[in-house]
Design a protein around this ligand. Structure first.
Ligand SMILES: Cc1cc2nc3c(=O)[nH]c(=O)nc-3n(C[C@H](O)[C@H](O)[C@H](O)COP(=O)(O)OP(=O)(O)OC[C@H]3O[C@@H](n4cnc5c(N)ncnc54)[C@H](O)[C@@H]3O)c2cc1C
Length: 187
């Protein structure tokens, strides 16, 4: 008898999708019971029976952009023309994906005495968004300096939320830079 495959990972249903910057979408999933993670960690997301696939397969690693205190799992990604993303983008609400247990040590140092300097460009903001939200929620004493570079504000996921977080958390400092502000529509 063939050995039974032991299902690893969790099932998570799509709740919502939101455009968070130009060509950039956030996908909100139900947080599966028992799914735990530390801010900054990532998870492998598998599309189950997607309408199309290619040699890169149906799995991508994404940083978890939501914070542990939030009741949803959020992933955000630039919407490139790959089979994976063409399948993810129109996925009907309620569709289940597989998420593996969170991994990674890209997390905030427990020692709060040293200021943390965080450097992000574009979609690289995802782990830091989780870290900064959780730090605010827990009122952590860490001084956080986030340098966040994008071409234009419209390319910058979560910029407004980060701005709001900076306004209410005196320990959080956002240094947002735009390298092509002249091409912005939001001047
Ligand atoms: C720990 C970790 C966390 C991650 N977190 C995120 C996240 O939060 N959000 C996110 O969007 N992605 C994240 N990624 C990257 C993600 O796993 C995918 O690789 C990425 O989104 C590209 O997927 P794709 O389907 O567009 O391209 P793929 O089909 O995976 O790539 C096809 C090929 O295209 C090339 N390619 C793809 N993208 C680029 C590019 N930008 N520039 C040049 N060549 C490219 C590569 O050579 C690749 O072999 C993370 C990866 C890791 C390891």
């Amino acid at each position: 008898m063939a050995a039974q495959e032991i299902p690893l990972g969790y099932e998570a249903k799509l709740l919502n999708r939101v455009e968070v910057a130009e060509d950039t979408m956030a996908f909100h999933f139900e947080k599966p019971p028992g799914f735990e993670f530390r801010p900054g960690q990532s998870s492998d997301l598998t599309l189950v029976n997607p309408p199309e696939s290619d040699s890169e397969g149906n799995v991508r690693t994404f940083s978890i952009a939501s914070a542990p205190f939030e009741d949803r799992l959020m992933f955000a990604t630039r919407m490139r023309e790959t089979a994976f993303k063409r399948s993810l983008k129109p996925m009907p609400i309620g569709t289940a994906v597989k998420v593996e247990p969170a991994t990674g040590s890209f997390t905030l140092n427990k020692a709060s005495a040293k200021p943390a300097v965080l450097l992000a460009g574009g979609i690289g903001i995802t782990p830091f968004f989780s870290i900064v939200k959780q730090a605010d929620h827990e009122r952590l004493p860490h001084e956080l300096h986030l340098f966040y570079s994008n071409r234009r504000p419209e390319d910058a996921p979560f910029l407004e939320s980060l701005d709001d977080l900076e306004k209410r958390n005196p320990n959080f400092h956002l240094i947002a830079t735009m390298s092509e502000i002249r091409s912005s529509e939001r001047k």
